[in-house]
Ligand binder design. Structure first.
Ligand SMILES: [Mn+2]
Length: 309
């Protein structure tokens, strides 16, 4: 059946990727889609980039930008991230395999920031049409970055109101969105750190009665305030207009032996493909079947186990 197979964050897990591709099988009717984050963390980053690039060039796959590719590009351009963070292992190739490194970064710059297909949207972390409109002036019709000004304007080097909007928009699309809790409220995260911001379920429709505890995401067992959001501010959106697949969220399947559709479903319209392969989870593909009129016929999940490394 024709359709798309959307593969979650690979993070250098090349052996698992080959196994998953074998399992899915090849069909001229179907297209592979990678949600980004091919690099960092895992053992075979170069092999992953090389294979996915080849599949894209052969027109068998599409690949969008993840936050790790974005971070690597900024680092290569000597630009600072909006929030300073961790080491970027991919950048070690600048010493160990210089030609590959420069070439790979140039290729990463050509990756679309999201895909808006007739029945399916794919973005690394967060679908938000308001933010996508802000980013659109930097992108061509296939949502690829037109030139380096996008990276400069979305980095910490840039300042000014419009520019900040672009940094926020890029950050949220690629890394997810956070909401500041009301004055005096906080929660303690799994590392014991006090946090005044929560990640939230951006796919959920928000009304005037929605409370912070209703939309908090990835807060573990922490108790979040039941105060209402009140006036809706920032980037909180409405339920997405079509089927959306994301990666990024380090989900765990309930069973170690498979990923179920229930595991992957954030809602009946939003599915997550990232099941922490690089952290002894599973590498998963969200399989979207299309009817002859391109409407969605069904959604299922295929996955393979992480190999210990
Ligand atoms: Mn990510």
């Amino acid at each position: 059946m024709k359709g798309y197979d959307v593969i979650g964050d690979v993070h250098g897990c090349y052996d698992e990727l080959c196994e998953l591709l074998d399992k899915i099988g090849e069909s001229s009717e179907r297209k592979l889609i990678f949600v980004g984050d091919l690099i960092d963390r895992g053992p075979k980053q170069k092999e992953c980039v090389t294979l996915v690039r080849k599949l894209v060039e052969q027109n068998k796959a599409l690949c969008i930008m993840g936050n790790h590719e974005y971070n690597a590009i900024l680092k290569r351009m000597n630009l600072r991230l909006k929030k300073d963070l961790f080491a970027l292992p991919f950048c070690d190739f600048v010493d160990s395999d210089r030609d590959f490194y420069y070439d790979a970064i140039e290729w990463m710059k050509t990756l679309p920031l999201w895909l808006d297909l007739p029945s399916l949207g794919v973005v690394h972390a967060c679908w938000n049409s308001r933010l996508m409109r802000i980013l659109a002036s930097y992108l061509d019709s296939e949502r690829r970055v037109k030139n380096d000004s996008f990276f400069v304007d979305s980095s910490k080097e840039a300042s000014g109101c419009t520019i900040t909007k672009i940094a926020d928009a890029a950050e949220i699309i690629l890394k997810g969105s956070e909401l500041i809790l009301p004055e005096g409220e906080f929660f303690v995260d799994k590392d014991g750190k006090k946090r005044k911001e929560i990640r939230y379920k951006w796919w959920q429709t928000v009304t005037e009665d929605t409370r912070y505890c209703d939309i908090a995401l990835s807060v573990g067992d922490a108790v979040i305030t039941d105060k209402k959001l009140g006036q809706i501010k920032g980037w909180i959106g409405k339920e997405p207009p079509k089927l959306i697949v994301v990666g990024h969220y380090w989900l765990r399947s309930r069973s170690p032996d498979n990923v179920s559709l229930e595991d992957a479903a954030f809602s009946d319209k939003v599915f997550c493909s990232d099941f922490s392969c690089v952290k002894q989870g599973r590498l998963a593909a969200i399989r979207v079947d299309l009817n002859s009129d391109d409407s969605v016929g069904g959604v299922s999940v295929e996955s393979v186990a992480s190999r210990e490394f």
